[in-house]
Design a protein around this ligand. Structure first.
Ligand SMILES: *Cc1c(COP(=O)(O)O)cnc(C)c1O
Length: 468
């Protein structure tokens, strides 16, 4: 190995120093050399030119570029799942981004009441809006809906029993399980009914001196079909109130507008659930609402007051970025006529099928050309999903590009994986799905057509390439 100082003197490496800085270049040289040394110890021979200036400079540049790359990056979500939890769920409207930028770069009245010039409450920036939009008396906001459920249970049911139907003991994304949340909140789960059928009498019989509340959980990510029965919210509310208990509903997604007006499947709204007599309703900020990650708690003033006073609230509170974004998104709901235009989630969900199809036809030739040596491209009908547990069985008609490897039979699976890897290795990674022997790109969420097409030139598909 040459000395680090000698490598630093090479003109090509000095150019890297000017671009990335001395410290980063020294770090890159040391880590490259240590890998080379290890390779030699493992008996792997280095090519003759590996230690020469052009090769070294190229490998150092690749390393430095990779190190500059942020880990959290934007991608093209062409999975067909609009609210994809792994891809960041809801996209924020421009108004929310501006609001976040303003409070991040300037001081703001986060907990300061401007009129009297006194200390204020951070919830105040969204509480009145939430009350106006949902019809609730009061509201508060925490980090996410899982936190909202935890906080509600810990405040209203610690050391007591929470009565829930067996058909609603859900698990969401592996880490949110109703029974586990109950245990963490210090309450006892009292399951009633059966998986498919639960009746009012099941709840009635379970109520006793240790009962703290009746709870209903939206079965977001699955459906029970066939011989089923669930108790309507109005009846549960009436029963709870007759026995002096609160009725709490975890709505999961919770949308503030009637989605059927947009031709989308209906989802319960917090306003309906409150009107049915629920005392507390919780829902997510970044699912159908289309806002930032948050857990929204709305309901009766006296209960919300208790919830806010719980010390856990301090640990679960949201920051100013979230509040700024949430306030801006909620304001858009005051203009429901323009919602589908301004709120990205709704805009993508309501994107006309004909637009998606013509987009597919428009860019199909460019994609076909870019992959012509390894795959055949066709335009195929498909179904998008809302995602994030909303309406799991309702699918939205859409159109996809299907990239099928030319190689058939043996090696086809590997070819498909390689194709998907190449798209994920693009400057803005492209994420699709693999199904029916093809890599599929549902174009519902492709809004930046030009950028997508332009970066196809950077696609590296040579099958036998080995990485340096
Ligand atoms: C998604 C969901 C949650 C969790 O919400 P997060 O905002 O992801 O924490 C809880 N309950 C239900 C019913 C859900 O659908």
């Amino acid at each position: 190995m040459p000395a680090v100082d000698r490598v630093l003197q090479m003109p090509a490496v000095q150019a890297l120093g000017a671009q990335y800085g001395h410290t980063a270049v020294v770090h890159a040289i040391r880590s490259l050399f240590s890998e080379m040394r290890q390779a030699m110890l493992d008996g792997i021979a280095l090519p003759a030119e590996a230690l020469q200036a052009p090769s070294l400079a190229r490998r150092l540049q690749a390393r430095l570029e990779a190190a500059m790359q942020a880990s959290l990056r934007r991608v093209f979500n062409l999975t067909g799942t609009v609210l994809h939890t792994n891809l960041g769920r809801a996209l924020l409207p421009a108004a929310a981004v501006d609001a976040v930028q303003a409070v991040m770069t300037q001081p703001c009245n986060l907990e300061y009441d401007l009129a009297p010039g006194e200390r204020g409450d951070r919830d105040s920036h969204v509480e009145a809006l939430l009350a106006e939009l949902t019809g609730a008396e009061a509201a508060t906001v925490v980090n996410n809906n899982a936190a909202a459920v935890l906080l509600v249970l810990a405040t209203l049911a610690a050391r007591k029993e929470v009565i829930v139907s067996r058909g609603e003991l859900i698990e969401i994304g592996g880490s949110f399980r109703i029974p586990a949340i109950m245990a963490h909140a210090g309450c006892r789960l009292r399951e009633v009914g059966t998986t498919n059928r639960t009746h009012l009498a099941d709840f009635e019989q379970a109520i006793g001196v240790r009962s703290a509340m009746l709870m209903k959980v939206h079965t977001s990510n699955y459906v029970i079909q066939g011989f089923t029965a669930a108790v309507p919210e109005q009846e549960l509310a009436a029963l709870a109130h007759a026995r002096g208990l609160p009725f709490v509903v975890d709505l999961g997604s919770g949308t503030l507008v009637d989605l059927s007006q947009y031709g989308l499947p209906q989802e319960p709204t917090p306003q309906e659930t409150l009107a049915h007599g629920a005392d507390i309703v919780t829902f997510s900020g970044d699912k159908l609402l289309g806002g930032p990650q948050a857990g929204i708690i709305v309901g009766r003033a006296e209960l919300v007051k208790k919830i806010k006073r719980n010390h856990l609230k301090r640990a679960l509170r949201v920051d100013k970025m979230t509040l700024a974004a949430l306030e801006a998104v909620l304001r858009l709901y005051r203009q429901p006529e323009k919602l589908a235009q301004h709120l990205p989630t709704l805009r993508l969900l309501t994107r006309p099928a004909a637009d998606i199809e013509s987009l597919c036809r428009r860019i199909e030739p460019a994609v076909a050309q870019a992959v012509s040596n390894v795959a055949h491209v066709s335009v195929v009908p498909c179904h998008s999903q809302i995602g994030s547990g909303a309406l799991p069985v309702e699918l939205l008609p859409s159109t996809a590009l299907a990239l099928a490897p030319l190689k058939r039979g043996r090696g086809e699976g590997t070819a498909l994986k390689r194709l998907a890897n190449a798209f994920r290795a693009l400057p803005v990674p492209v994420i699709g799905t693999i199904a029916d022997g093809a890599l599929k790109f549902d174009l519902r969420c492709l809004e930046n057509e030009r950028e997508f097409v332009e970066q196809l030139a950077r696609l590296r598909l040579d099958a036998s390439r080995s990485e340096s």
